[in-house]
Ligand binder design. Structure first.
Ligand SMILES: [Fe+2]
Length: 503
């Protein structure tokens, strides 16, 4: 915007708040500062004033100076404690990263059909391994139309809709490459049908399920539902007494980034805090599951919530912080919906434009989601953007217990089952299917810690390093900042340390 337009916009917006510029103010025009940000800062400093206010160039210069100093926050210095002899430094790192790199398409109708066909095929293969539960699938849904009444069938398909009929039953439409069927779950009074009806209330759109039932004219009367689910996993134990630290949603650049607690954690990691120093010395791997930086333009008027307006400066600070991680600790950084990469998932790793000349052998920039093998453990990390749609669509889920929603994803063998809840890359393959069951499933996004175990898989949500936002206050969400879950690989045990309260 030209100086003239800038000045005009500033004058108009301030006059609406009854703040007027004196003639010489034009000479103090800000360079590169968002006009709304400047207006909001000026209004803030006069919020108690009664009546009209007149301001001059000196005052504008002061406000601009304050904004610029926020843009260039102080660097954080971490002192490595002399004499700290971490156990993890004695072992070589063992890691393998499987970055997901989807093949983009133009996103036309055929690509969409291919995407769901791939999902269906992958889920059929998974369901077939569940032979103890369902077997003898009908090959095509279309063929059920020629079956006689009363015939028992097992069907596999994608759920395209779920409604409650006027009689109070649940009707689910399932589809495959050949056609669709209408499946009825009766709202019956006996315990078995009550249980089935309750289960049917958990069916989500676009997911693949198997249903057992009997043909009854144009309907299938269901008697059982089977989700793809995961088999029981045997717990692993490492011979090496090392640990993985889990993080997410650091939001560097936000005014609410809890930098003091974060740098306290870094000092702890470097052996400078006595409490739990043994555990600090075991940390060999660290994962940041997205929203490492707060980004820019993620939601309207985000600039008002930013301490660092420049996205490159946000990442510069992030990498400065990561530079304080000891060299023997390997850090894996995924993007999230706030980060400066494409929003559609799977998200590629942060690009060279963002990383700049930052390069360290122990810092790995990976995709979202990312499969990693760390010291023999299969870890699947995903930012968790789809948790929003899971929490709103599937009963008994809430923002207070993200681990429950994560278990729903494991049962569905899919990181993003509900289409459209979050943006997905139009590709011929569905890359969000959980084909390989991990030992640890790790997510963030909800800003609330959660920990559980499901069929032998450790499920961990690593919360956040950001304070409670206005949005969370309006939604009634209560985050759990600065609590870092740590997994000890030899003992197969989780500990969570709260760095927000000081140790
Ligand atoms: Fe976040």
């Amino acid at each position: 915007m030209s100086d003239e337009t800038y000045f005009k916009e500033l004058t108009t917006k301030l006059s609406q708040a009854r703040i007027f510029l004196s003639g010489d103010a034009k000479g103090a025009m800000a360079d590169g500062i968002d006009v709304d940000l400047l207006v909001s800062k000026i209004i803030e400093s006069h919020k108690t004033a009664q009546g009209a206010v007149f301001i001059d160039s000196d005052e504008i210069k002061e406000v601009v100076k304050a904004i610029m100093s926020e843009k260039n926050p102080e660097q954080i210095e971490v002192v490595r404690k002399p004499g700290f002899s971490p156990l993890a430094a004695e072992f070589d790192a063992e890691y393998a990263i499987n970055v997901i790199n989807p093949e983009q398409t133009s996103g036309n109708l055929n690509d969409f059909v291919d995407y769901f066909k791939d999902r269906l095929e992958k889920m059929r293969a998974i369901l077939e391994t569940n032979r103890n539960k369902v077997y003898g699938f009908v090959k095509t849904l279309e063929s059920t139309k020629s079956f006689t009444n009363g015939r028992e069938v097992v069907l596999v398909g994608i759920v395209t809709s779920r409604i409650v009929t006027k009689n109070g039953n649940i009707m689910v439409i399932m589809e495959d490459e050949t056609g669709e069927v209408k499946v009825i779950f009766m709202n019956g009074s006996n315990p078995r049908s009550k249980e089935l009806f309750e289960k049917a209330g958990h069916i989500a759109n676009d997911e693949v399920i198997a249903v057992k039932g009997k043909v009854s004219n144009v309907f299938i009367m269901a008697s059982e539902i089977v989700w793809p689910d995961i088999p029981i996993k045997e717990k692993k134990f490492s011979e090496k007494d090392t640990a993985i630290a889990f993080m997410s949603d650091v939001h560097v650049g936000s005014k609410l980034f809890l930098d003091k607690s974060f740098s306290y954690m870094l000092r702890w990691l470097n052996g400078s805090v006595d409490k739990y120093a043994d555990l600090a010395g075991k940390i060999k791997y660290m994962i940041i599951a997205g929203d490492a930086a707060d980004g820019i333009g993620v939601y309207p008027n985000q600039d008002r919530d930013l301490a660092i307006q420049d996205v490159y400066a946000q990442y510069k600070l992030l990498f400065n912080l990561l530079d304080a991680v000891p060299d023997y600790v390997h850090v894996f950084v995924l993007p999230g919906n706030h980060d400066a990469v494409q929003r559609a998932e799977p998200q590629p790793p942060l690009g060279a434009d963002i990383i700049g000349d930052f390069k360290k052998d122990n810092i790995h920039i990976v995709s979202n989601p990312a499969y990693m093998k760390l010291g023999g453990f299969d870890v699947l990390s995903y930012h968790g953007t789809s948790l929003d749609s899971v929490i709103s669509a599937i009963p008994n889920n809430s923002y207070a217990q993200p681990e429950k929603a994560m278990v729903e994803l494991l049962k569905r063998r899919h990181l993003s089952p509900i289409y459209g809840g979050n943006v997905v890359v139009p590709s011929k393959k569905d890359n969000m299917v959980i084909e390989k069951v991990p030992d640890i499933l790790h997510m963030g996004h909800i800003h609330k810690n959660g920990l559980t175990e499901y069929h032998g898989v450790d499920v961990v949500n690593s919360g956040t390093w950001q304070g409670r936002t206005d949005f969370q206050i309006r939604q009634g969400h209560i985050p759990s900042p600065c609590i870092m879950p740590i997994f000890e690989m030899k003992a197969h045990r989780f500990n969570s340390i709260n760095f927000g309260e000081g140790l």
